[in-house]
Design a protein around this ligand. Structure first.
Ligand code: SAM
Length: 380
């Protein structure tokens, strides 16, 4: 098994959380914009894909070098040991991006990198014809940042947010990676109640259940690097066995999702069923202003409407007011609300204990955090 430089890509603002996850898997790492960088073998690649809840993709770095001219990009790409990664029948599309670099034409960079790899492989595989590309997929990316080219191969395939449980989705579903990040930013512990009063298609409650039972989020899906001939099958098998051993399917959980829209509740139930949590998560149709509880030390994580759509604003603001009132008595509960509405605290009626800037896709939002009383020691 070789060792590789690995990149776990992260949505803007989630880098530190991805890094924490990478460290929890046992790998030292560095954090950069949009990525976390570390070294590891094929087991690390398999474990990262299976376990990282908040990363977008796991990539292998094939090479990194300065490139100010097309010639440099071509020659340095050709000098990389592509035959170690790409078999003769590999399908290898090349994607590209360029930021603050002299080589800014992405299509030219992509075409050139493709040509350089083909040249290299022709020599190594002793052929003088084009490759048919009928085999496994190796998605290559050339990313230029301040004239430094980083060339990677994607090991994930479909993005890591696709856990395999989303049969149906609502109008504004939260990305699974983002939902997991929100939960990881709270002080929730599996023996405390968890509520999402705006559950939509159920993403937050389902991610909470996966976290609560320590289930690897990628356990029920496949990854493109599993199809690669040089990738150790044992590494993948062992990583899956480890995930199975670490799952705590017996861990009781108290997770509830509710939504004003009964169609959403049905959708959330379908998704929870797909995820294997049909019995575990309680879903019900309810508007937030009817929320009551006699439980203590719970955690609420909600992604309400932001009121950005025309005609929706005043209704949403009134709902934020209602929310502030019904949550007012929950002294022992911690409440986390994600919204782009900058006046949220005014409507809600209280300043947040802490705010954290986050991007929900391209929308700038804040996670408004209202910390409740700490549970007695044996409840933590
Ligand atoms: C942004 S979506 C939540 C998406 C969800 N996180 C997901 O991943 O699918 C907001 C949800 O809040 C619900 N909603 C709107 N007003 C509500 C209210 N007053 N009480 C409870 N739910 C409400 C909507 O029906 C919608 O499903």
């Amino acid at each position: 098994m070789g060792t590789y430089q690995i990149i776990a890509t992260a949505a803007m603002g989630l880098e530190a959380i991805v890094a924490k996850e990478v460290r929890a898997l046992g790998y030292d790492c560095q954090v950069d914009n949009g990525k976390v960088i570390y070294r590891g073998d094929e087991t690390a690649i398999a474990r990262s894909n299976l376990w990282l809840r908040t990363a977008d993709r796991v990539k292998i770095v094939v090479g990194e070098f300065k490139a100010y001219t097309f010639d440099e990009l071509f020659e340095r790409t050709k000098a990389l040991p592509w035959e170690n990664f790409l078999p003769e029948d590999a399908e290898f599309p090349v994607l590209g991006k360029s930021v603050k670099s002299k080589l800014f034409s992405i299509s030219d960079c992509q075409a050139l990198v493709k040509k350089a790899i083909v040249e290299r492989l022709k020599k190594q595989y002793k052929r003088n014809t084009w490759f048919e590309e009928t085999g496994a997929l190796y998605r290559i990316e050339v990313s230029l940042l301040k004239d430094v080219a980083t060339i990677t191969i994607d090991t994930s395939g479909t993005g890591l947010h696709k856990r395999g449980y989303r049969a149906a989705q609502g109008t504004a579903p939260l990305k699974e990676t983002m939902a997991a990040a929100l939960i990881m930013l709270t002080n929730w512990h599996p023996d405390r109640p968890f509520v999402d009063p705006f559950c939509g298609s159920g993403t937050i409650p389902i991610e909470a259940a996966l976290i609560g039972q320590n289930i690897a989020p990628g356990f029920n899906r496949e990854f493109v690097s599993e199809t690669w001939n040089w990738m150790s099958k044992t590494a993948w098998d062992e990583a899956r066995i480890e995930a199975e051993d670490l799952a705590k399917y017996e861990q009781p959980l108290d997770i509830t999702g509710s939504d004003i829209d009964h169609r959403m509740v049905k959708m959330a139930q379908e998704n929870a069923f797909e995820a294997g949590f049909a019995e575990l998560i309680q879903f019900k149709q309810m508007q937030v202003k009817d929320f009551t509880t006699t439980k203590e030390y719970g955690v609420i994580v909600g992604n309400p409407p932001y009121g950005e759509r025309l005609g929706e604003k005043s209704e949403v603001e009134a709902m934020y007011r209602d929310m502030g009132q019904v949550f007012n008595d929950l002294e022992t509960w911690s409440i986390y609300i994600l919204t782009s509405n900058e006046q949220f605290e005014e409507f809600y009626g209280r300043p947040a204990t802490k705010k954290r800037k986050l991007f929900n896709g391209f929308i700038r939002t804040d996670l408004y955090q209202y910390w409740g009383k700490r549970p007695p020691r044996n409840k933590e």
